[in-house]
Design a protein around this ligand. Structure first.
Ligand code: PRE
Length: 438
């Protein structure tokens, strides 16, 4: 994996950048035309595309299982279009096909070229294949993967595990990593969602809902923490330990057991804490971070393996602009989010839709419903009851290509006012290993 070392992407520079030159959505040959042509072509295909529509978020309540998939097909079309643009030689871009008419799969689209002008059968449009719907990166051979943090962060390691030869792009906030993918600065984002000791990373659950990216995979990373300080600094000198809040909580008991009389301070990421100590020559402060962070920022390791449990694992999800096509030839997981606004025992009914089909749930998480945080129930005799409203996130072990999963979701849709499939993706099946080889 190649890592970009200059300063990470921040929100302000993203705003300034909007659509940077040379990347996918620059669409030098009339993007709206390409998009409209593609959409009309896909609309009819959509009608029969139940499984893939479901996998791509098509279960938005009210829209039915198919209608909500339009956005995703649009993404696919935009990708196709810009892939074609990047493959065209420059002279083609400025003349011929590129003059107001564009191409899909290297050929003029639909009926824009009169039949008499067709030069050979190969000039006719080719049918789309699955490979077209899982596009390769448009800018060279490397996939560009956004992560939150600076080089040496665990998220960078997760990006490398998910996409071994990727170019890792540091971002200063989770939100920026989402936007980097949405603005085609990156092809994927790899973001933490839960840790075996610290629990869920709630911010990313909220962002998954606010953005329209799709989960296309997951990786689980053993997390091995070290206590780092400037060379020559001893534990007795320390007054402060800084790190990512998750890392601080994963090491809480060990820090106490070490007898360190230090203040804990949260910063944006573990490697950023190490960098901050090095840049400011802080001799009273230590960071909780990785061995790689120690090497990158010239710090010494005061204590090795300080997580409260050797089985410390963080689960990351891989995000992309377009969903992958769900399959049945290997174990898949599907992530959904739903809300309900009526009835009792809704959660029970939803969970039973999976239980009756022998579909295992691997995770359930509730988050306050931002748009409708409270439900008031009037009872004339007793007063007004206030209930908190929630969004429920559920991961289950089945692929959206399986009929039992499609049926379960169809049933869930009946009980809920909102339902979205965040992604159906291969499970991380790498053999278990503790966070350090003992
Ligand atoms: O700060 C980092 O190094 C990160 O990659 C973030 C993060 C997290 O958000 O949980 C990732 C893995 C570890 O659990 C600790 C921190």
């Amino acid at each position: 994996m190649q890592s970009i070392t200059p300063s990470s992407i921040d929100l302000k520079s993203l705003m300034r950048t909007a659509l940077p030159p040379g990347l996918g959505l620059t669409h030098r040959v009339g993007p709206s035309r390409v998009l409209i042509q593609c959409v009309s072509r896909f609309d009819s295909a959509n009608v029969n595309a139940n499984a893939s529509a479901a996998a791509s978020g098509g279960f938005n309540a009210g829209a039915g299982p198919v209608g909500g998939a339009r956005y995703d097909w649009q993404s696919s079309c935009a990708i196709l279009a810009s892939k074609v643009v990047s493959q065209q030689p420059d002279n083609e871009k400025s003349g011929g096909v590129a003059d107001g008419i564009t191409a899909v799969n290297g050929h003029p689209t639909l009926d824009l070229v009169p039949v008499k002008e067709a030069k050979s059968p190969s000039a006719l449009p080719k049918p789309l294949s699955i490979a077209d719907l899982s596009p390769a990166p448009m800018h060279g051979s490397e996939l560009r993967v956004a992560y939150q943090g600076v080089p040496g962060a665990y998220s960078e390691a997760a990006a490398g595990k998910a996409y071994p030869n990727c170019e890792a792009i540091p971002c200063d906030q989770f939100e920026v990593a989402f936007q980097a993918v949405e603005l085609w600065i990156a092809d994927r984002a790899v973001l933490p969602v839960e840790n075996s000791l610290g629990g869920s990373i709630h911010r990313n659950y909220d962002l998954l809902l606010r953005h329209r990216l799709h989960i296309v995979g997951e990786v689980q990373l053993p997390v091995h923490h070290c206590l780092l300080a400037l060379p020559g600094v001893r534990k007795e000198y320390l007054t402060r330990v800084i790190s990512h809040p998750q890392a601080l909580s994963q090491c809480e008991h060990t820090l106490t057991k070490m007898g360190l009389n230090v203040a804990r301070e949260a910063v944006d990421d573990t490697a950023g804490a190490a960098e901050y100590i090095a840049m400011n020559n802080l001799r009273d402060t230590a960071a909780i971070a990785s061995v790689r962070a120690a090497e990158l920022y010239g710090l010494q390791i005061l204590a090795d393996g300080i997580q409260d449990d050797t089985g410390n694992v963080t689960r990351f999800v891989m995000l992309a602009r377009e969903p992958i096509i769900p399959r049945t030839d290997r174990p898949f997981k599907t992530s959904i989010v739903f809300a309900h606004d009526k009835g009792t025992s809704v959660l029970f009914k939803v969970l039973s839709a999976f239980a009756f089909r022998n579909i295992s749930l691997t995770k359930i998480e509730s988050r306050p419903h931002r748009n409708r945080p409270i439900r008031l129930v009037d009872d004339a005799n007793v007063g007004t009851a206030k209930h908190f409203e929630y969004m429920f996130y559920v991961d289950f072990e089945a692929s959206m290509a399986e009929v039992r999963a499609q049926n379960a979701l169809a049933e869930v849709q009946e009980f809920t006012s909102f339902l979205r499939v965040l992604g159906s993706y291969p499970m991380d099946m790498t053999p278990w290993s503790p966070s350090r080889e003992e």
